[in-house]
Design a protein. Sequence first.
Length: 202
Amino acid sequence: MTEGNTIARSWWGKAWNKNLESYADYANRISRGKSYVRNHAVLDLQIREGSVEALVQGTGSKPYVIEVEIDVLGEKRWRQVVNLCNHRIDSVEKLVEGKFPKELEVIFTEKEYGMFPSPKEIHFSCSCPDYAYMCKHVAAVLYGVGARLDEDPLLFFTLRRVDIQDLIRRSVENRMDAMLKNAAKKSGRAMSETEMHDVFGI
């Protein structure tokens, strides 16, 4: 999942981890999981619609079971994401190819409207006996998500339970609507009938 001490190499994988580290609720706890990821203690990590399931090898003989639930991205928030993508349709289409162009970083990292989940949207449990708010095994899994997004960035849309094809369709529709509205407006540079007659005799 990781190479050397690097947990994520792509800008989107790094952005996922940086986002987690930016929240005060996680600041003193999330770093506890780095060594577990780097030491390949996250044995299995599966990303499904709205959830992550993983096994993490701790100090015991059996790995711990971690479950993470991510709230669904609401329709209002989704519309805001689509609006952020306006005029970036070429970049949006690259998402389907798994390229994740840097121009679309705003749709993930924008604090109020972006797709990255806030702490209140993340719910987790671990089978370990540590009763801390966030144990190191959960922290390792959250970092592990960033590493998995390196390998398959489209999994992020699965995690937030949104359809990337819907994003493309809506972005295209918004762009077409804007083009039609602009086409309907009279240009200030258009010649009047009188000017046409004076210049061209028609």
